[in-house]
Design a binder for this molecule. Structure first.
Ligand code: MP5
Length: 227
């Protein structure tokens, strides 16, 4: 049967928007997942100092996720408010996980100063949410959550034995987080359906920057020179 090229074809392409963002950043994404930090967590060789650095810095990161999600919530279409409220509630539990684990491992979270990797990343996602339209912040949210889903799933798949840091691994490598990230992806597809190319180019740039920050964040655990 003959098919004419029509809006149906465009719709197929638009439905896969999140896949397009991922494939456009395939090399950087793969490099991120192969970072030594993740490999060493998986095989149990991660030095305590590196993991502790990550905990303290990621705690600062997650704390700033509250205003990030709150600003997104304020700009969100009404139908997206309930799931974003759930996402905010999850952050509250996540902060408690960091606090419990820090106490159990004698890690002081008070007075931790952000590294430049952490500070720059936080500034990037906050300013994107504050200054841009909802879709910009939502695209960054998708990149951030998808990065942690894939990173911690990769660790979990490679693990042979239980890790002393298992609660962190399981916090992101689980089915309900997978479902949340899948929902973010399909919602991104729906929100971007029919958008002009210039809009999509801007989102693609925001997504690429997110991937770069993710990579840099793992590297930061091994030390960085202040910029
Ligand atoms: C996340 C995170 C995931 N905690 N830290 C970095 C550097 N990237 C992504 O975000 P969330 O809100 O903890 O699921």
């Amino acid at each position: 049967m003959q098919r004419s090229f029509s809006s149906a074809d465009a719709a197929v392409d638009q439905r896969a928007r999140h896949t397009q963002l991922l494939s456009a950043n395939q090399a950087a994404w793969a490099a991120m997942l192969q970072h030594p930090f993740l490999r060493m967590v998986a095989d149990g060789s991660i030095p305590d100092e590196q993991f502790r650095t990550w905990i303290a810095q990621d705690y600062l990161f997650v704390q700033e996720f509250v205003p990030f999600l709150a600003v997104l919530l304020a700009k969100a279409p009404a139908m997206l408010r309930p799931p974003l409220i759930d996402a905010l509630a999850t952050i509250k539990h996540e902060l408690e996980l960091f606090e419990r684990q820090a106490a159990a491992h004698q890690i002081l979270l008070a007075d931790v100063q952000p590294t430049s990797s952490c500070r720059d990343y936080v500034q990037f996602f906050l300013s994107t949410a504050y200054a841009g339209p909802f879709i910009d912040g939502f695209t960054v949210l998708y990149g951030i959550e998808k990065a942690y889903l894939d990173a911690w799933m990769t660790v979990k798949q490679q693990q042979q034995t239980r890790s002393p840091w298992q609660d962190f691994i399981d916090n992101w490598a689980n089915e309900s987080f997978q479902q949340y990230v899948d929902w973010l992806g399909t919602t991104l597809d729906q929100l971007t359906a029919g958008q002009p190319t210039t809009e999509l180019d801007r989102l693609a740039r925001l997504f690429s920057v997110t991937v770069q920050y993710e990579q840099r964040f793992w590297q930061m655990a091994f030390g960085e020179t202040e910029r």
